[in-house]
Ligand binder design. Sequence first.
Ligand SMILES: [Zn+2]
Length: 133
Amino acid sequence: MIQTEEPCPCMSEMSYGECCRRFHEYAEKPDTAAELMRSRYTAYYLGLVDYLVKTTHPDKLQPNYRSLLEKTKNNTKWIGLEVLSSSMGKKTDKIGKVHFVARYAEDSKEHLMEEHSRFRRYRGGWVYYDAAG
Ligand SMILES: [Zn+2]
């Protein structure tokens, strides 16, 4: 786990308590797709499987997603996130796109993941929809 006053893993330069924690505790919903994206990165970092499942659009939820997360969460180490750009995804939008680069290590080998993620509004919040390279 992580202490409230520690820097948030999503590299927002805020503390975890000021940043992604309120979303992970379902106290608030992210206003923007970019915030949701950051909170999902931090959920990967912390191994918050439920949060990742709940913030995926039901139409896009793979039946093995949960078990895959459970299996990989202990040997994947998330190293860093950089949000390069985002479009739409604001308070009044229905869809949003976020371009980001995330770095992680698996079996002590470092990988780079670059994604254009698409997000949609669902039940008053943002959820992850799908991604294009
Ligand atoms: Zn954060």
